[in-house]
Design a protein around this ligand. Structure first.
Ligand code: 5GP
Length: 188
């Protein structure tokens, strides 16, 4: 749509190691800006408002939707998540490249938006390994873990819509594979 910057988006089932990978990529590519999402989820321990997310209540979230300020939004695990339209359009307009960390529902909306994103899906090595990682985090109840696993199965079914698939088995290897994708796309 005539923007100078490129839009990248990364999706993954929770527990696939996406956050670590995204941080590694942001450290490596100065020319990439991270889009801080808005969410109605409560902050986790250590999370900072305006850094990890903009934490909103449902009313504030709805107002942003009504004002057309969400480029995409979705309900994930009973909470709302959305990407700021002004942020993305301003950055792309200024020739900055942006990275979105969003779920498959949001990614599908961006794919249909005309913004021509570069889309990457991160896969866990297996469902068993994903379950093991979610339990090891010790942040969620069994019930929540079960919900995340059901959601992961559903998300993995959508991986065919993405431009690139990266399996996060060995972290170092996954970082390199991902970095190569960004390097190649940023050269174009
Ligand atoms: P978490 O609550 O674990 O931080 O994130 C849960 C899920 O919400 C992840 O799959 C993450 O990618 C997704 N997510 C985070 N921000 C956004 C957003 O702005 N839009 C959409 N659609 N999903 C998001």
């Amino acid at each position: 749509m005539g923007f100078k910057g490129s839009l990248f988006m990364v999706s993954a089932p929770s527990g696939a190691g996406k956050t670590t990978l995204v941080r590694a990529i942001l450290d490596r590519f100065d020319q990439l800006s991270y889009s801080i999402s808005h969410t109605t989820r409560a902050p986790r321990k250590g999370e900072v408002d305006g850094k990890d997310y903009f934490f909103l209540d449902e009313k504030q979230f709805e107002t942003m939707i009504e004002k057309g300020m969400m480029l995409e939004w979705a309900r994930v695990h009973n909470n709302f998540y959305g990407t700021s339209r002004p942020f993305v359009e301003d950055q792309l307009g200024a020739g900055r490249h942006i990275l979105l960390d969003i779920d498959v529902q949001g990614a599908r909306q961006i794919m249909d938006s005309g913004l021509e994103p570069v889309s990457i899906f991160i896969m866990p090595p297996s469902m068993e390994e994903l379950a093991r990682r979610l339990r090891a985090r010790q942040t969620d109840s069994d019930q929540v873990i079960q919900m995340r696993l059901d959601n992961a199965r559903h998300e993995m079914e959508q991986r065919g819509f993405y431009d690139h698939l990266v399996v996060n088995d060995k972290l170092d290897l996954a970082v390199e594979t991902l970095a190569q994708i960004f390097e190649k796309e940023l050269q174009n």
